[in-house]
Design a protein around this ligand. Structure first.
Ligand code: AP5
Length: 218
């Protein structure tokens, strides 16, 4: 695979995290999820985390300068030299322009952008059905990938929790933010010739297989 920077684009619940984790393992490059970094900061109650938490719980985007700062710091770490996967970033035009500048400054080529497309009714089921292990972080879905015992992680017995922003009101706001602020990036990257559509309606294994085939050709 020649691409140095991969971007996973898609609506909330499209499966960006699920697929980015697999590709990161396959390619041996880190997955950088701005959502995970912000949630971790909120859990540790750092000033950044506390400021971001209110926005995240309401389903609104965290300000560009905050997330760009996080990404700038993370992609400067040694494990990103050979490449990295951005999961959930960029989400606004300003963030996309930041990525372009950062990649140029670091001597990386253009990013490859995987746009995961999923029907809206499926997105809702994926988000309302998501459960995350409070111990190891394993992700389940009560509709599509349920644990053997209700509310309990198969791997470590940890309690399974819903994410704070996976409630109906926050989901509505997240989808609105996606449609207004993030979906214009589809045209932005299409115009650069780096956009690749991925049918995200299929099961996770089929999507992962298609991505592997794509990277083998790239
Ligand atoms: P973030 O954590 O990035 O949330 P999101 O974009 O809403 O995406 P999700 O994590 O909900 O979905 P996903 O596409 O990763 O799907 P997943 O693989 O988990 O951001 C959260 C918040 O942080 C934002 O609202 C914002 O406030 C802030 N933030 C983050 N980045 C920011 C930025 N750049 N700028 C500003 N603010 C930012 O899958 C979802 C579920 O579906 C799981 O249960 C999974 O098991 C299941 N599933 C996945 N794939 C499939 C499949 N193919 N078939 C069946 N089930 C599937």
């Amino acid at each position: 695979m020649r691409a140095h920077a991969l971007i996973f684009l898609g609506a909330p619940g499209a499966g960006k995290g699920t697929q980015a984790r697999e590709v990161a393992k396959d390619c041996g490059i880190p997955q950088i999820s701005t959502g995970d970094i912000l949630r971790e900061a909120a859990k540790k109650q750092t000033p950044l985390g506390l400021a971001a938490k209110a926005k995240m719980d309401a389903g609104e985007l965290v300000p560009d300068e905050v997330v760009c700062g996080i990404v700038e710091e993370r992609i400067s770490e040694p494990d990103c030299r050979a490449g990295f996967i951005l999961d959930g970033f960029p989400r606004t035009l300003a963030q996309a322009e930041f990525v372009d500048r950062a990649l140029r400054a670091k001597g990386h080529g253009r990013p490859q952008v995987l746009n995961i497309e999923v029907d809206e009714d499926l997105l809702l089921k994926r988000l309302t059905g998501r459960r995350t292990c409070s111990v190891g972080g394993e992700i389940y879905n009560i509709y599509f990938n349920p644990p053997k015992r209700d509310g309990v992680c198969d791997k470590d017995g940890g309690k399974l929790l819903s994410r704070a922003d996976d409630n109906e009101q926050a989901i509505r706001q997240r989808l609105e933010a996606y449609h207004h602020q993030t979906s214009p990036l589809i045209d932005y990257y299409r115009a650069q010739g780096v956009l690749h559509g991925v049918d995200g309606n299929k099961d996770p294994e089929s999507i992962a297989r298609e991505l592997r085939e794509f990277f083998a050709r790239a």
